[in-house]
Design a protein around this ligand. Structure first.
Ligand code: G1P
Length: 290
C-alpha cells in the first residue's frame, strides 16, 4: 500500500428495488438529495481523497450515470448563449477536468465481490478505494475516504470503514471482530458477512467505504459464493487478513446516511437541507406543522 490512492471503484449495477417504481427508469444512484444525485456525493468524496480515475461498475441497462458525467453539448451551449454562467459551472462541474471516468459492465449480478472484481483490468495491482454510493457520508472536514486513504498510507494496510449498528441489524451488514488500536482504529481479527444477531461477533458493521490493495483481486478470483449465494467482498477481505495479517477497521469522522432505503434518503435530505439557511427554515416549518 505504498502508493497513494488514485483509483476508486463504484459498484453501481444494483437494481434499486427498494425505490420501485422510480427505479424502473431512474438508476438508484441518480436519486437526488436536494439538487445532487447520490452518485455526485460519492464522486466528490473520491476526488477529495485524491482519486483521478473513477471506475463505475454498471450493468448493460444503466446508461444514466455515464450520461450524467458526460458533456451535455446542447445544454451547455444554451446556458452559455444566455450568459447563465452559474448554471453552466454546475453542469460542467460534475467531474473535475483532471479526473477520468471509466465504465465497465458486470455481466451478471453475482455479488459485491464480483462487481469489484470486474474493475480488475482497470485498477491493476495498486491500492484502490471502493465507495458504495448508497452510503452517503457527510463530514464538515476531510471526507471519510480521504481519512481512510491517509491511514492506509501511514499504516501500510487495507482500511475498512465501520460503524456501530443496533444488534438486531447485524444481518444487514458485514460485521467485524476487531482489537482496538486507538479511539478510531482497530485491527480486524475476523470478518463475517450478514451474520444473524445471535452469531455476530460484535455490532461493528462495515459501511460502504474500503481502501484495499490490488492483491484483493486475486483473492476475489478464488472466493466461492458466500452469504446469499453471492461472491462477497467481505470473504475476500477475510482471506486477505489471513494472508497479510493486518487490515484496519476505521470509525470515520462524519455522519452516514443509508440512502439505500426510504428512511435514510429522507434523513439525508433533511440533514442537507438544514445546512442551507433558507431550506432549514422550510424543514422547521414543516416539522412544526406535523
Ligand atoms: C454490502 C457489503 C456489506 C456492507 C454493506 C454496507 O452489503 O456486502 O458487508 O456492510 O454493503 O452498506 P449490501 O448492502 O450490498 O447487501
Amino acid at each position: 500500500m505504498s502508493k497513494p490512492l488514485r483509483k476508486v471503484v463504484f459498484p453501481v449495477a444494483g437494481l434499486g428495488t427498494r425505490f420501485l417504481p422510480a427505479t424502473k427508469v431512474v438508476a438508484k444512484e441518480m436519486l437526488p438529495v436536494l439538487d445532487r444525485p447520490l452518485i455526485q456525493y460519492a464522486v466528490d468524496e473520491a476526488v477529495d481523497a485524491g482519486a483521478d480515475t473513477l471506475v463505475f461498475v454498471t450493468n448493460r441497462y444503466k446508461h444514466a450515470i455515464a450520461d450524467y458525467f458526460d458533456k451535455a453539448y446542447e445544454l451547455e451551449a444554451k446556458l452559455q448563449e444566455k450568459g447563465k454562467d452559474d448554471l453552466l459551472a454546475l453542469v460542467q462541474g460534475t467531474l473535475p477536468r483532471h479526473v477520468r471516468a471509466i465504465f465497465v459492465t458486470q455481466p451478471e449480478a453475482l455479488g459485491l465481490g464480483h462487481a469489484v472484481l470486474c474493475a480488475k483490468p482497470v485498477v491493476g495491482d495498486e491500492p484502490f478505494g471502493v465507495v458504495l454510493p448508497d452510503d452517503l457520508i457527510w463530514n464538515q472536514g476531510r471526507g471519510a475516504l480521504r481519512q481512510m486513504a491517509e491511514l492506509a498510507q501511514t499504516e501500510q494496510a487495507g482500511v475498512i470503514a465501520v460503524e456501530e449498528v443496533p444488534h438486531d441489524q447485524t444481518d444487514k451488514y458485514g460485521i467485524v471482530d476487531a482489537e482496538p488500536v486507538n479511539e478510531r482504529s482497530a485491527r480486524i481479527r475476523h470478518m463475517v458477512e450478514k451474520p444473524k444477531p445471535a452469531e455476530a461477533p460484535s455490532n461493528l458493521a462495515v459501511v460502504g467505504r474500503y481502501v484495499l490493495p490490488g492483491r484483493i483481486f486475486q483473492l476475489l478470483e478464488q472466493t466461492k459464493p458466500g452469504a446469499g449465494g453471492e461472491i462477497q467482498l467481505t470473504d475476500a477481505i477475510e482471506a486477505l487478513l489471513t494472508e497479510q495479517g493486518k487490515v484496519l477497521a476505521y470509525r470515520f469522522e462524519g455522519t452516514r446516511f443509508d440512502c439505500g432505503n426510504k428512511a435514510g434518503l429522507v434523513r439525508a435530505t433533511m440533514h442537507m437541507a438544514m445546512q442551507d439557511p433558507s431550506l432549514a427554515k422550510v424543514v422547521r416549518e414543516v416539522a412544526k406543522s406535523y
